[in-house]
Structures are given as structure tokens and as C-alpha cells.
Design a protein around this ligand. Structure first.
Ligand SMILES: [Zn+2]
Length: 322
């Protein structure tokens, strides 16, 4: 099978690899789509320290079951599946444990059934433990934020403010159910949030982009004793926090990440059911599609995050090359 291997920063090469063999509790899947993840950009850009190369990455796959191990009972050949995966999915086939798969409906588009990011977003919302009519803001509302926004809505959130500097993201957020959209380059966000919450501040503030600025802004918007959830993927220099202020405000501080496999999978199943029940709209979020042989260009574009980019997917619908 053809696989894209990250040989060094900014360079994937296509290689022939032997077809992986599923163990007794695993399934071999013919890849139909594999999402490009922000968490992979650091290794691609060479910013992540201490990494060894080459690396066989890709962890957001979906596809069609090709064969199953001897003990597999819930999945059959021909089933459409999404996987929570730990890598090796930028390839024509991947293997997954049966327990890490979600059986998709036959009409669910593969490119929308991205198990891992949907799992993270759903679990982020579950950790916030939103109560009926809680007012929520998401600061840095990219692909993950736009999924979380919809899941918060499905969970009965009240006001839902999307805050981002990209106008195309804000338009999408509005379309997907944000009650308010705010661009910090155009408005004083703190003032605007106090206005719409009658001076209280937000019950829940989600920091969604893993930067110092978004961390600072989120802490300005959450009400006293409200929940401040750090969901963004923070890398590089240690962040600074005004702990005296955080103490005084008695924030409930939540780490939006999850590391337990079974919770990941649980979140993935909930999210994919929301997708198939039309409560989660992934269609407008998939803005860029690439074949496997375009993967270097795909990463360039994902890393540039130009206006209009939300999520890129490697798709195998028409084969892996032109
Ligand atoms: Zn991911």
C-alpha cells in the first residue's frame, strides 16, 4: 500500500509499505479520509522538540472495512467506520482495534466522520458540564471551537459567543448557532460580553487556540465562580497567568483535554451520533481536500491558515494520486 511518511520537518515522502495485518482483536480498514490535525503542525514545522524522524502519522481516519481479526464480532467486511486512532493513517489502509471503531451509516460522508477531533470537542464540552441556559463563549473558534459550539448548543447552552479574528470563521459560527460573534480587532470584547450578560460575565469561557492572548482574554470574560476551560493545545514557552486575579475570581479551572482511551472513544461515539442525527453539522467545516500525493502542499496550507481555511482532509475517494 502507499503511505505518506514524514521524513523530516516539511517533507513527506510517499512509500510502498506492506499491508498491515490485523491482530485477533483488530480490523483492517481501507482509508477513505484522514483529517489533517493542528497537533501535527508542530512536528511538521519542526517546532516540536526532541522528535525522531521518520514518522508515520495521521490519526483522524475513516474508511471501509477490508478484513477483520478472528475475535472481532461487532464489525464486518464492508462496514463503514470512523476510528479513534494513534497514528499511521496517512496511508491507503490502516488497522484499528475493534473497540476504537464507530460503525457509520452507509450514507455518512467519510470526510465528515473524523473520530478523533470530534471526540476531543465532545469531551471538552462534557468536561465543562454545561447547565441548562449557561452562557458560553469560545475564544479562538477554529475547527474544534466550531464543533464545540454546536455541541454546547445541543447541550442546552444559553448565549453562545464565538470570538475570533477571522471573519470567515465568525460567519460560519453564526451559521452554526452562535448567538453572538465578536472580532477582537473590531470590538472591545470584554465590554461586549458584559453588555450581553448584564454585567455578569460568561458562565463558561473556553480558551480554544492555545495562545497566551486567548488565555488572557478568556480570563477577562468569565464571571466570578464561573468555569474557565483551557482547551487549546499550548506548546512552546510557558504561559503566564495572573493567579491573584484567578484566585479572587474563584474560577473553576478546567483542563479541556482527555488522555484516557475509553473516554476518548465514548466521546467519539456521542459526537458521531450527533453528526448522524444532524445535530452536528460538519459539512461547512471541511473546506480543503487533498489527495495523498498532495500531502506536502496540504500541510503548507493547513499551517498558513489563510482566511477561509477551517479544516483540511486527505481524501482517497478518487485514489491516492492523479
Ligand atoms: Zn487530531
Amino acid at each position: 500500500m502507499m503511505a505518506a511518511i514524514l521524513q523530516k520537518p516539511r517533507h513527506f515522502s510517499l512509500e510502498q509499505h506492506p499491508l498491515p495485518k490485523p491482530r485477533y482483536d483488530e480490523v483492517l480498514v481501507r482509508t477513505r479520509a484522514s483529517g489533517i490535525c493542528t497537533s501535527e503542525l508542530d512536528m511538521w514545522e519542526g517546532k516540536a522538540k526532541g522528535l525522531e524522524f521518520p514518522r508515520f502519522i495521521g490519526h483522524e481516519p475513516s474508511g471501509i472495512v477490508e478484513s477483520v481479526g478472528s475475535d472481532v464480532t461487532s464489525i464486518s467486511v464492508g462496514d463503514h467506520v470512523a476510528a479513534w486512532s494513534e497514528g499511521k493513517s496517512y496511508a491507503e489502509y490502516f488497522v484499528s482495534r475493534e473497540s476504537h471503531l464507530y460503525k457509520l451509516r452507509q450514507d455518512t460522508p467519510f470526510e465528515q466522520a473524523l473520530g478523533e477531533p470530534i471526540a476531543c470537542a465532545v469531551n471538552g464540552v462534557r468536561k465543562a458540564d454545561v447547565q441548562l441556559n449557561d452562557n458560553v463563549c469560545i475564544v479562538g473558534c477554529g475547527f474544534m471551537g466550531l464543533i464545540m459550539l454546536q455541541v454546547f448548543k445541543a447541550n442546552g447552552a444559553g448565549l453562545l459567543a464565538a470570538i475570533d479574528t477571522r471573519e470567515s470563521i465568525l460567519d460560519l459560527a453564526k451559521q452554526l448557532g452562535a448567538t453572538h460573534i465578536m472580532n477582537p480587532r473590531r470590538v472591545n470584547v470584554k465590554k461586549a460580553v458584559l453588555e450581553i450578560t448584564e454585567g455578569r460575565g460568561m458562565d463558561i469561557g473556553v480558551e480554544g487556540s492555545g495562545r497566551q492572548e486567548t488565555l488572557d482574554m478568556t480570563s477577562e470574560l468569565v464571571r466570578m465562580e464561573g468555569k474557565l476551560e483551557v482547551f487549546g493545545y499550548h506548546q512552546g514557552e510557558p504561559r503566564k497567568v495572573d493567579w491573584a486575579y484567578w484566585n479572587w475570581m474563584a474560577f473553576q479551572i478546567i483542563n479541556g483535554h482527555t488522555r484516557s482511551g475509553h473516554i476518548y472513544v465514548e466521546g467519539m461515539k456521542i459526537g458521531l451520533r450527533l453528526l448522524e442525527d444532524r445535530k452536528l453539522n460538519m459539512k461547512p467545516l471541511i473546506t480543503h481536500r487533498f489527495r495523498l500525493d498532495e500531502i506536502n502542499n496540504a500541510f503548507e496550507i493547513a499551517s498558513a491558515k489563510e482566511e477561509g481555511f477551517v479544516k483540511g482532509v486527505i481524501t482517497f475517494e478518487d485514489g491516492w494520486r492523479s
